[in-house]
Ligand binder design. Structure first.
Ligand code: ADP
Ligand code: ZN
Ligand code: ZN
Length: 981
C-alpha cells in the first residue's frame, strides 16, 4: 500500500516554480509518495496527518490518496501517525484542492486552513483505540479506560485524567487484546482537553476534629502535648513519657522551655516517721543533739522536697542523714515528672500550629463552608494550601481529589432567553418555501441570495433553515462578519437553539478553538450550529446541511494572506461539493452576487420590506390575515418606495461653504445633534478615516481629479506636489484652479475625530472603531456602555454599519460621505453605497423615528443619491455601466501580482519583470479579453518597511495567464482581489 501525501513545509512552493505547478501536477499538486508500513495498513485513511522522513528531516504530511499500485521509484516509509484519527474529512480535502487551484495557492497552505492547531515537534507516547471490536465482558475498569481512549487519544495522563479511579494496570490487558495501541506521536500535544479538578470533603465535623491533630509534619512537642492531654493525672513520670513517645529526657527538658508543659526534675523527698503524739518523747531523747531535734521538730509527717526543706530550715545534710539512720526520718526518691501547663482546650490549636497544619485546617474549614466540591483553584485561592497539603488530606482520607474533563465553551456563562419562532410574513413565507424546497432536494441547485433590507427578517429565514437541517440530524454553519464585535448576532442563534450553538472566531483561545474543533468533528450536540468568522467554513463537520453567509457583501470575507480566498466563493464551492444549500444574505449585495443572481447563476429571493411595516402581515394561514398571493418577482421593489425606512437628508457641503460655514458640521446636522442631546436621545456619527487627505477636491463644485485613462481618482503626494494614478502610474501636476468651474478652492481633503468633541463639548462621546483596543471583549464593552446610555454620541468608522440594534439612536450623521468615494479602487462607489445604506439602516430601529443626515460635496454622485433613497436597483444600473465600460468585475475578473521589497527601486523593478513575463505569456497564449494594468505603486505604497507595487491582470480567467508565471521571493498573487489599494 502506498500513500500520496502533501508535506507540511513552508518551502513547498519553491521560488522559481510557476504558480500553476500545484494545479498542473494534478491530484495533490506537489505531492510525494510513501510506502505504508504493515502496522499502519488498514488504519491509514485519507486525511490522516502522518510523520514522514523528508530530506533528512522528519516532517508532517497530510495523506491525500491511498493506492495499491507501486510507483516506479523507490519509496520511503511513513513513520507514524500524528493523530490516530484523520484530521481532515474527504470533503475538506476536496475543498482544499479547489482553494489551491482557484486562488493559485500551494496546496499545503489550503490544507493548513483546516488543520486544527499549530503543530510543532515533540515526541510523546500516546494511547490509541484500534479498530478491534471490544468484547462485552471487559472488567469495569478496563471498559471505562477503553471508552476514555476511544473518546480521544492521548498520553497516559490525558486519557486517565477523566477517570475517577485510574489504574495503569488496566492498560496492559487492553494493549494485549490489541484494543489499544501504544504509539509515538512526534507532535507536541495539541492544546489539551481541559480537566476540572475538584476537591470533595469526605469527613464530617467530628471526624475532622479527630483527624486534625495528626495532620502535618511530625513534632515531638505536639506528641507530648497530646499525650499529656490524654491523661487524667496532672503530672506524669518523665520516664513513662519517654518510653511512650521514644524521646530522650534531655530533649523533653529542652522543649519544656517553650512553656507548654513543665518538667519537674527527679528529687529526694523526706518525712518524719513518728506520729505527732510521739514527737515530744523523741525530742527529749535527742536533747543531746540539738540540731537533730530542731530539724525533727519542723519536719512534716508527709513527704516534702528534702532540698527545699533543708534550705528553708538551715538543716545540714549530715543532720538529715543521722535522722534517717536512726529511723526517725524516711527518704523517698521521686522520679522526674512532666505536667501540662497549657489549658487543655488550647492543646488542639497548639498541636496544629506545631505541626504546621494550619493550611490543612484552612482547607477543611473552607470545604465545610462550601456547598459541593469546589474547583481546586478556588481552594488555593481561599487558603494557603498547596498541592502537598491536599495530598496529605487525601492520604488521611479526609478529602478526595476529583478530575473531570470539561469543554472550554466560548459561550460558557452566558444565558440565552429561549425564543419561539414567529409566524412568517407573506414575503418571508415565499422565500422560505423556495429555501425549504432546496434543503429537501438531493441536488440543491445554485446558491441563493436572500436580498432584503435591514430588518426585513432575513435572520428569521436563516433560523428556519437551520431548524430544518437540525431536524434532519445535520449541522449548519453561519458566517457573520466581525463576529467578535457583534455578540447580538450570536445571541439570536443561541436563543433559538439553546445548547446547540457554538462560536468560532479569532478571539478564541487556542484551547477554546481546539475544543470547538473537536466537538464539531465528533458531531457533538453542543456544536450543531457554528456561528463564526470566515474560517468556520473549514471546520470538519461530519454532515453539514446548510451554509449561511450573512452580509455576504462584506470585504472581511476575503482573507488578505495566502491563501487569499473569499469565504462567499468558498462557501458556494463547499455547498457544491457537499450538495447542500448555500444561503447568502444582504441588504446591499455585492455587485458580483447580484449580477450572478440576475443571470440565474444564483437564485434570487427578496424581502423588500421591513418586518412590521405597513402592508406586512403574518402569513400563517389564519383566515383574514393572509395577503393576496403575490407572484414572485425577480426584481425587488425599489427601496425608495419603502415607506418606513428612515428618511435620508443629503446636505450639500459646497453650499455650506458658500454661506461661510467652514466647520465639519453642516447647519442641519448641528441643529439635529443639539435636538437629540436636548431630548436625551442618542446619535451616531460616522467618519470614514480611510482615504482622507489623499485626493484633490474642489470645494465649490465637488470635482475630483481623476486619471483620464483609468477613471480612478488621482492621489495627492505632498512630497513631490504631484498627483499619481495608482493604477497606471501616470503622473499629473496638482491643479491650482478647478478644471471644471475654475474655482481656486481646490485642495486636498481630510477630516478628524477630535473636531466632534470640540464642537459639542457638553456631549458625552464614545469612540468605536477597529483600532479601539485588541483586548477581548473591548468592543462589546463599548457597545454595552453606549446601549446603557453612558454616552450621547457614538463616533465610529466602518464598524458602525455592522448589524447594530440600538433603539435609542434617532440620528445618524455621516460627516463626509465622499471620503471613500475617491479612493483609487474601482469598488469605491460600491463600498460607499453599501456603507451609506447600512449606516442609514441603523437609525429608527426602535420605536422612535430615525433620521439620517449625509454630508457630501457630491450630492449628485449616483452612489450617494441611490443610497439616500435606499435604491439598490438604481445604483446597480449605473455602477454596472461603469464596470462594463471599464471591463471591471463582474464583467471580467481581476488578479493582481503584489511585489514588495525593502527597497523602492527593487519593488519597482520586480513589478516590471512580472509585467514583462506576463506580457510574453499573453502574446503566446493569445487569450481573449485579457490585458494588464500597471505596473504601478499601490495606493498604500509603503507599510511595515516594505515598498509595494502591483500588476493587475484583467481577464475572464486570470488564472490561465498567471499559472505560467515563475514566482520570485516577495511576490504574491491575489485572485479576485477585493482591494486594489
Ligand atoms: P434582518 O436579518 O433582515 O436584518 P431580522 O431577521 O433581524 O432582519 O428581523 C428584524 C426584526 O423583525 C427582528 O427583531 C425579528 O425578531 C423580527 N421578525 C422577523 N421576522 C418576523 C416575523 N415573521 N414576525 C414578527 N417579527 C419578526
Ligand atoms: Zn470646481
Ligand atoms: Zn491611470
Amino acid at each position: 500500500m502506498y500513500a500520496e501525501v502533501c508535506v507540511n513545509t513552508p518551502l513547498s512552493r519553491q521560488v522559481g516554480l510557476s504558480l500553476g505547478a500545484d494545479r498542473e501536477a494534478g491530484l495533490g499538486g506537489r505531492s510525494f509518495t510513501y510506502a505504508v508500513p504493515e502496522r499502519l495498513a488498514g488504519r491509514l485513511e485519507r486525511g490522516h496527518l502522518v510523520w514522514v522522513p523528508f530530506r533528512s528531516r522528519r516532517l508532517q504530511a497530510v495523506v491525500l490518496e491511498l493506492t495499491d499500485t507501486a510507483p516506479a521509484f523507490d519509496t520511503l516509509e511513513i513513520e507514524a501517525l500524528v493523530w490516530a484519527q484523520p484530521v481532515l474529512t474527504p470533503t475538506q480535502l476536496q475543498l482544499a484542492r479547489w482553494v489551491s487551484a482557484y486562488y493559485l495557492a500551494p496546496l499545503i497552505e489550503a490544507l493548513r486552513l483546516m488543520l486544527p492547531v499549530r503543530i510543532t515537534q515533540r515526541g510523546r507516547t500516546v494511547f490509541v483505540r484500534t479498530r478491534e471490536p471490544a468484547p462485552s465482558d471487559l472488567p469495569r475498569g478496563q471498559a471505562e479506560l477503553l471508552a476514555q481512549i476511544a473518546d480521544g487519544e492521548g498520553t497516559w495522563a490525558e486519557v486517565s485524567a477523566g477517570l475517577r479511579v485510574t489504574q495503569k494496570a488496566d492498560l496492559e490487558p487492553l494493549i494485549a487484546l490489541r484494543l489499544v495501541a501504544r504509539e509515538v506521536a512526534f507532535a507536541s500535544s495539541p492544546p489539551r482537553p481541559k480537566v476540572d479538578r475538584r476537591v470533595r470533603l469526605l469527613a464530617d465535623a467530628p471526624a475532622i476534629a479527630r483527624a486534625l491533630p495528626a495532620l502535618g509534619r511530625t513534632s515531638i512537642e505536639a506528641d507530648i502535648l497530646l499525650w499529656l492531654a490524654g491523661r487524667e493525672d496532672p503530672a506524669l513520670p518523665l520516664a513513662e513519657l519517654c518510653a511512650a513517645l521514644g524521646c530522650t529526657p534531655s530533649r523533653a527538658r529542652e522543649l519544656s522551655a517553650h512553656g507548654c508543659f513543665a518538667l519537674v526534675p527527679a528529687r529526694t523527698l523526706v518525712r518524719r516517721r513518728a506520729s505527732g503524739g510521739e514527737l515530744p518523747r523523741l525530742l527529749e531523747k535527742l536533747a543531746g543533739a540539738r540540731k537533730q531535734a530542731d530539724a525533727l521538730a519542723v519536719l512534716p509527717e508527709h513527704l516534702v522536697d528534702e532540698a527545699g526543706f533543708r534550705a528553708e530550715h538551715g538543716v545540714a545534710g549530715t543532720i538529715m542523714n543521722r535522722l534517717v539512720a536512726q529511723g526517725l526520718a524516711e527518704r523517698a526518691e521521686e522520679p522526674a515528672r512532666v505536667s501540662l501547663t497549657l489549658d487543655r482546650a488550647a492543646v488542639a490549636g497548639e498541636v496544629v500550629r506545631l505541626r504546621g497544619a494550619e493550611k490543612h485546617r484552612q482547607v477543611l474549614e473552607a470545604l465545610q463552608r462550601h456547598e459541593g466540591p469546589p474547583l481546586i483553584g478556588c481552594v488555593y485561592a481561599d487558603t494557603d494550601a498547596t498541592l502537598d497539603t491536599l495530598r496529605d488530606l487525601q492520604a488521611a482520607g479526609l478529602i478526595a481529589l476529583e478530575a473531570e474533563v470539561t469543554w472550554r465553551d466560548p459561550l460558557a456563562g452566558r444565558e440565552f432567553k429561549p425564543d419561539q419562532p414567529p409566524a412568517l410574513t407573506a414575503d418571508q413565507q415565499r422565500a422560505w418555501a423556495a429555501i425549504l424546497d432546496g434543503i429537501g432536494r438531493a441536488e440543491p441547485g445554485p446558491a441563493t441570495l436572500l436580498f432584503g433590507v435591514t430588518g426585513s427578517g432575513k435572520t428569521e429565514i436563516y433560523l428556519r433553515g437551520i431548524a430544518e437541517v437540525l431536524r434532519c440530524g445535520r449541522q449548519a454553519v453561519v458566517l457573520v462578519p466581525e463576529i467578535a464585535l457583534t455578540p447580538q448576532t450570536v445571541q439570536r442563534f443561541a436563543a433559538r437553539f439553546p445548547g446547540k450553538v457554538t462560536v468560532w472566531h479569532s478571539e478564541l483561545s487556542d484551547g477554546e478553538r481546539f475544543d470547538v474543533w473537536r466537538r464539531v468533528r465528533s458531531g457533538h450536540p453542543a456544536a450543531q450550529v457554528v456561528v463564526g468568522s470566515r474560517s468556520a467554513l473549514f471546520l470538519p463537520f461530519p454532515e453539514l446541511g446548510l451554509i449561511v453567509v450573512d452580509e455576504e457583501h462584506e470585504s472581511t470575507y476575503k482573507q488578505e494572506r495566502t491563501p487569499r480566498y473569499h469565504a462567499r466563493r468558498a462557501a458556494i464551492e463547499l455547498g457544491r461539493i457537499s450538495a447542500i444549500p448555500v444561503l447568502l444574505g444582504s441588504a446591499t449585495p455585492a455587485l458580483e452576487t447580484y449580477y450572478a443572481a440576475r443571470s440565474g447563476a444564483i437564485q434570487l429571493l427578496t424581502l423588500p420590506q421591513r418586518v412590521g411595516s405597513r402592508g406586512q402581515r403574518t402569513g400563517n394561514g389564519e383566515p383574514g390575515t393572509n395577503e393576496q398571493p403575490v407572484p414572485y418577482s425577480l426584481f425587488p421593489t425599489p427601496y425608495s418606495l419603502v415607506p418606513d425606512l428612515p428618511g435620508v437628508e443629503i446636505v450639500d457641503m459646497r453650499q455650506e461653504l458658500r454661506v461661510g460655514n467652514r466647520t465639519m458640521f453642516s447647519r442641519s446636522l448641528a441643529v439635529a445633534l443639539r435636538e437629540v442631546l436636548a431630548r436625551q436621545q442618542q446619535a451616531i456619527l460616522y467618519l470614514n478615516r480611510r482615504g482622507s487627505a489623499s485626493f484633490v477636491l474642489c470645494r465649490d463644485c465637488g470635482h475630483v481629479e481623476a486619471c483620464p485613462r483609468c477613471a480612478v481618482p488621482l492621489t495627492y503626494h505632498g512630497a513631490g506636489q504631484v498627483l499619481i494614478c495608482h493604477h497606471c502610474n501616470r503622473r499629473y501636476p496638482v491643479p491650482a484652479i478647478c478644471p471644471k468651474c475654475e474655482s481656486r478652492r481646490i485642495r486636498y481633503f481630510g477630516t478628524g475625530t477630535e473636531t466632534v468633541k470640540q464642537a459639542f463639548p457638553s456631549a458625552r462621546t464614545l469612540r468605536w472603531d477597529r483600532d479601539v483596543t485588541g483586548a477581548k471583549g473591548a468592543h462589546e464593552a463599548i457597545l454595552s456602555r453606549f446601549a446603557e446610555r453612558e454616552a450621547d454620541i457614538l463616533i465610529g468608522t466602518q464598524m458602525i454599519a455592522k448589524g447594530l440594534d440600538l433603539p435609542r439612536v434617532t440620528l445618524v450623521g455621516v460627516i463626509a460621505a465622499d471620503t471613500g468615494l475617491f479612493l483609487p479602487d474601482f469598488r469605491a462607489g460600491e463600498r460607499t453605497f453599501q456603507l451609506l445604506t447600512q449606516v442609514a439602516g441603523r437609525a429608527g430601529r426602535g420605536d422612535l423615528a430615525g433620521r439620517v443626515i449625509v454630508q457630501t460635496y457630491r450630492p449628485d454622485h449616483y452612489a450617494i443619491v441611490a443610497a439616500s433613497h435606499h435604491d439598490f436597483e438604481g445604483f446597480y444600473r449605473q455602477e454596472m455601466a461603469f464596470r462594463r465600460e471599464q471591463g471591471y468585475p463582474p464583467i471580467r475578473r481581476l488578479a493582481r501580482i503584489l511585489v514588495s521589497d525593502t527597497q523602492a527601486a527593487k519593488a519597482q523593478a520586480g513589478a516590471g519583470r512580472a509585467a514583462e513575463l506576463l506580457k510574453g505569456e499573453l502574446a503566446r497564449l493569445a487569450l481573449p479579453e485579457t490585458d494588464l494594468i500597471g505596473p504601478a505603486p499601490c495606493f498604500f505604497s509603503q507599510g511595515r518597511g516594505l515598498y509595494r507595487w502591483q500588476v493587475i491582470v484583467r481577464s475572464p480567467d486570470p488564472a490561465r495567464l498567471l499559472s505560467g508565471l515563475p514566482m520570485e521571493i516577495g511576490w504574491r498573487v491575489d485572485v479576485d482581489p477585493v482591494d486594489l489599494l
